[in-house]
Write a protein that binds this ligand. Structure first.
Ligand code: SAM
Length: 275
């Protein structure tokens, strides 16, 4: 691939998704896009770059971006965010007016384990939420992952990663060689395509936002922009969870670390903001 083709393709991916492909990632384009090139009968990455210069190739651009997402996820990933959720939800449920549901957003949900882990926490809390309804929205830029998440079907390997056995027995049903999340948990969830670079206001306000292990793929200006958007979307007494390798430091002052918690952020009080 010529350097021109690489920078054209990398520029397109960044503009569409925020995902940064550094020059040493040429190999990643080759391996991840190979199947798509073969399927479409495109000779190689230079030929792809040429084709994508045409404005009519929107579907192919979307397919390329999707192929370059990293969809690694697991149930109860890193543990602590879900312990925090277990402590926070009863307090939020008690603070909300009657009839107002609690809303949780898994903002780069991949195949759904994060949202279903939150649903299991809600189910386990039971009466501690005083009958409060909880809505969980999972969004992602990968339509293939959203379809998997919506089905709620996982392999033996996936359910063995991070899901405590008593939760598995209670909330997941075996279907042949695979496992399907119980209908009452699936009923709490909704799945929708959403690009973190887009205007999120139509999604409404959330009490808790998980935006974990996605900012790592973005550059600093994109991280700042997404973090400011999350700060605007979360309730004043709510929480935003970032991944273990992610932070708000140097990127926004609209979210501040929650005292004594790692990876948990709260919206800054308006007076504390510099802009
Ligand atoms: C590594 S997974 C993280 C899954 C989950 N949050 C977790 O921590 O286990 C990253 C996800 O971010 C999604 N993603 C990447 N860029 C995105 C964007 N601009 N908007 C929405 N989702 C995006 C990818 O499709 C992928 O499913």
């Amino acid at each position: 691939m010529t350097p021109e083709s690489f920078s054209f393709l990398a520029g397109l991916v960044k503009a569409r998704s925020g995902i940064v492909l550094t020059a040493d990632r040429g190999y990643m384009l080759e391996t991840r896009l190979g199947p798509m090139l073969r399927r479409e009968g495109i000779a190689g990455l230079d030929a792809l770059a040429l084709r994508l210069r045409s404005p009519r190739e929107e579907a192919l651009v979307a397919e390329m971006v999707e192929a370059l997402t990293t969809n690694e996820s697991s149930f109860f990933r890193d543990g602590k965010p879900f312990e925090h959720l277990r402590r926070l939800l009863p307090r939020l449920a008690a603070a909300r007016p009657a009839g107002q549901p609690l809303r949780i957003w898994s903002a780069a949900c991949s195949s759904g384990q994060e949202a279903y882990s939150a649903a299991m926490v809600v189910a386990e809390l039971g009466a501690a939420l005083g009958g409060r309804r909880v809505e969980i929205l999972g969004t992602d830029i990968s339509r293939e992952m959203l379809e998997r998440a919506r089905e709620g079907i996982f392999t033996q390997f996936e359910v063995q990663r991070g899901l405590p056995v008593q939760m598995l027995v209670k909330h997941v049903r075996q279907e042949g060689t695979r496992w399907r999340v119980a209908p009452e948990l699936r009923a709490m969830t909704r799945w929708q395509f959403f690009n973190l670079l887009d205007d999120a206001r139509a999604l409404g306000r959330f009490d808790v936002i998980f935006c974990r292990n996605v900012l790592i793929y973005f550059d600093a200006p994109t991280k700042s922009r997404v973090l400011a958007m999350l700060a605007a979307m979360v309730a004043a007494d709510g929480a935003v969870h970032l991944g273990g390798a992610e932070t708000v430091l140097g990127l926004t002052d609209r979210l501040v670390p929650a005292a004594g918690e790692r990876g948990v952020y709260e919206p800054a009080q308006p007076a504390a903001r510099a802009g």
